[in-house]
Design a binder for this molecule. Structure first.
Ligand code: 5GP
Ligand code: MN
Length: 344
């Protein structure tokens, strides 16, 4: 159910991607998550099986729990291999951006996207997109970009090339963006999942690869954060976890280790807003999660230079670690009314 996408857009995408063989570059957002990587590899696999030459290009590296896919589409990490990345960008006949709504979200690839001289396609489910691609498929009712990719493949007839490898990647995108089918799900989500199960993917293996693939250090860091770093403000129905660079080092931090931490406080009875602050080099990364109608994305764009979905957003702070945490706690009284009124 592509509600916002005109038939002309689908026809244009069909002409671009389902006729002559091309060289294609697929770009996920910076710090790609399961949906960004799953959508890129799933779509990439289908397009490669159609006969295109496809490479996924990511601004930076992604966690090991997303490095087990059976897809054989190559992934270039711009941070690690600029030469290869630039060469492919020069050769590519078309670009497809997945799982982000403005060029800036692709980090160091922002300029490369804006300067790219051929047709650009967007497939995304984030609200408030900017018009940075020629053909925009922006559908905010979808749980995940992966769910949306499935429907775009169907609408363009490219689904003829769907395979087990592609289905596995798309399923992973849906699984991770819905927190294991626990939020943002719709009738269509399960319809798509049902469609993906036709390809005999091993869902138990996917579950283990994504969620049971942590190091012992990561579990200890989680325990430490919940035990010693979580502050709960029942009077505001909010909670926050903050992690300094020193603490990350102490627990031998690897990329992806803090994935999901921000969700834990929402399991506390009556808590509807959760924040996670992580000290990075020169800035603090912020993550926000909410329940019901409390807009995590508006909170993030108003105070932390970010955005995202209603219930899952992120941003950054240029203040130091301590001041960032203080800023957050000092903002809570301003939102007291809204937080207390939040319904699920
Ligand atoms: P996370 O907290 O997992 O990093 O991100 C949650 C959601 O917020 C994702 O949908 C992601 O795309 C979005 N998001 C994360 N960081 C930023 C940011 O710095 N700016 C914007 N606009 N969105 C972000
Ligand atoms: Mn997504």
């Amino acid at each position: 159910m592509l509600k916002n996408t005109d038939i002309e857009i689908i026809t244009s995408i069909k002409t671009l991607l389902a006729t002559s063989k091309k060289k294609l570059v697929i770009i996920p957002h910076e710090n790609p998550d399961g949906d960004a990587i799953g959508s890129a590899l799933g779509l990439g696999q289908v397009l490669a099986d159609f006969g295109h030459e496809v490479k996924v290009l990511s601004a930076n590296d992604y966690p090991v729990f997303l490095k087990w896919f059976s897809s054989d589409v190559p992934v270039i990490i711009y941070d690690k291999d600029k030469k290869k990345a630039k060469s492919w960008l020069n050769q590519a006949d078309a670009m497809i951006c997945v799982d982000f709504n403005e060029a800036k979200r692709a980090g160091k690839l922002e300029k490369k996207i804006l300067e790219f001289g051929h047709k650009k396609v967007l497939i995304d489910h984030h609200p408030y997109p900017t018009q940075f691609c020629d053909f925009m498929v922006s559908e905010t009712s979808y749980s995940s970009t992966a769910e949306l990719v499935f429907d775009v493949l169907e609408a363009t007839g490219l689904n003829e090339n769907l395979s087990q490898k592609a289905a596995e990647a798309l399923y992973t995108g849906i699984l991770t963006d819905t927190g294991g089918f626990s939020h943002n799900i719709s009738k269509n989500t399960f319809k798509v999942v049902s469609g993906l199960l036709n390809y005999e993917i091993n869902t138990d293996k996917i579950q283990s690869s994504v969620f049971h693939n942590y190091s012992a250090d990561r579990m200890k860091l989680l325990g430490y954060c919940l035990n010693e770093k979580m502050q709960v403000f029942p009077e505001y129905r909010a909670a926050v976890i903050s992690i300094s660079k020193e603490e990350l080092k102490r627990f031998n931090f690897q990329p992806g280790d803090t994935e999901g931490f921000v969700n834990y406080p929402l399991s506390i009875k009556n808590i509807v807003f959760s924040a996670l602050f992580i000290e990075k080099d020169g800035y603090v990364k912020a993550s926000f999660r909410s329940k019901g109608n409390f807009p995590a994305n508006k909170f993030s764009s108003s105070h932390f230079n970010g955005g995202g979905h209603l219930n899952a957003a992120g941003g950054e702070s240029e203040l130091n670690f301590e001041k960032t945490l203080l800023k957050f706690t000092q903002l809570l009284p301003e939102y007291k009314h809204q937080l207390l009124e939040t319904t699920i």
